[in-house]
Ligand binder design. Structure first.
Ligand code: NDP
Length: 334
């Protein structure tokens, strides 16, 4: 059976990655797109070979589609996801799921009640590099994990220097944009949950009033692992990376906090250094594959709705910590 997708949002991420990822599935079809502007909807549909364009959510939801992919600006995810669930459509929603954890929980509950599959598009757990790290840790190759470091400060490309740095009401800022991904990737790789976070944020010249374009966070996990993460929009020449240090070894991943299946992972132990091999499958295609399987009743999406609640809760706690100067407990309530 074909899964007919409706895109909610004529976005960059859909155009760059998700339309192709859907079409890479043997049973995936991009049936329609919805934009708030009829002209943009029509132009986007034409440019991307999508047969139907809508400028109203009820019209899209009344169309012959099975699932929606929501990639509008962040303040719109809540009402669109609730409406899609009510219409019986499966929901793959971009991060952050909403502007606060309570609203994210509402989306998850609505999807559960409607009996539809719900996923959060945290792409990084689909990366071969992160799966190789998770497997190495689970296999005991670094002994007991002690600490982790995430380097995820990038340069926001000019074509994306819009609502992320100008609109607090749209859920802009680097914490809702990137710290959510670091939260999810740390949880996934360590197979552990964070309990507390402390953060400093900055405005280093790109973000406008009320928004941060850099953050440094310190995390404590249930197991006792401590971690640090750096998220930014303003560092043009920084590498990305991820390190996990254990009692018997360390993992060094370079250039892996990215949308592409690139980078390297090195394991360093008493025996020396070993380059880990991993698959280079497109991250978004793999995410869609798991989502389609979940629709068939086989397994779960790579990142579930609950994972999206977790990541948003971490980001919300980081923002509260930066505001108050205190460490904040992470309590997603799920
Ligand atoms: P965009 O700015 O490209 O798109 C967001 C919305 O802005 C669109 O829905 C569209 O509204 C409007 N828009 C886009 N381009 C124009 C334009 N030229 N003129 C007027 N309006 C425009 O955002 P992104 O694609 O970067 O991000 C969308 C969502 O996806 C966010 O939630 C973000 O956090 C997430 N994201 C996730 C990534 C991941 O890897 N998981 C990576 C990047 C983003 P309309 O639909 O009404 O036309």
């Amino acid at each position: 059976m074909t899964v007919r997708w409706g895109l909610i949002g004529a976005s960059t991420i859909a155009k760059q990655y998700m339309i192709a990822a859907i079409r890479n599935q043997p049973d995936g079809e991009v049936a329609a797109v919805m934009s708030s502007s009829p002209e943009r909807a029509a132009a986007y549909a034409k440019e991307n070979g999508i047969p139907t364009a809508f400028s109203s959510l009820p019209d899209l939801l009344a169309a012959d589609i099975d699932a929606v992919y929501i990639s509008t600006t962040n303040e719109l995810h809540l009402e669109q996801a609730l409406a899609a669930a009510k219409a019986g459509k499966h929901v793959l929603c971009e991060k952050p799921l909403a502007l606060n954890t309570a609203d994210a929980r509402r989306i998850v509950a609505a999807c559960k009640q409607a009996g539809v599959v719900m996923g959060t598009n945290h792409h990084l757990r689909n990366a071969g590099a992160h799966r190789a790290m998770r497997e190495a840790i689970a296999a005991g190759r670094i002994g007991k994990p002690v600490a982790a470091r995430v380097f995820h400060s990038v340069y926001l490309p000019e074509h994306l220097q819009g609502w992320r740095i100008t609109k607090p009401q749209a859920g802009g800022g680097v914490v809702l944009d990137i710290t959510v991904h670091d939260a999810d990737t740390l949880r996934f790789v360590l197979a552990d949950d964070p309990v507390e976070i402390s953060a400093f944020t900055q405005s280093a010249g790109m973000a406008g009033a009320g928004l941060e374009d850099g953050a440094m966070c310190v995390w404590r996990f249930k197991s006792g692992v401590i971690a640090q993460s750096h998220e930014g929009f303003t560092t043009k020449y920084a590498h990305t990376g991820f390190e996990v240090h254990g009692t018997e070894g360390s993992l060094f991943a370079k250039d892996v906090m990215t949308q592409k299946p690139v980078g390297s992972v090195t394991l360093r132990t008493a025996k020396g250094e070993e380059e880990l091999t991993f698959d280079r499958e497109d991250l978004y295609t793999r995410s869609l594959k798991a989502f389609h399987a979940a629709i068939r009743g086989e397994g779960r999406p790579s990142a579930t709705g609950e994972d999206g609640v977790w990541s948003l809760c971490c980001a919300e706690a980081a923002l509260e910590s930066a505001r108050t100067g205190r460490a904040v407990k992470i309590e997603p309530g799920i």
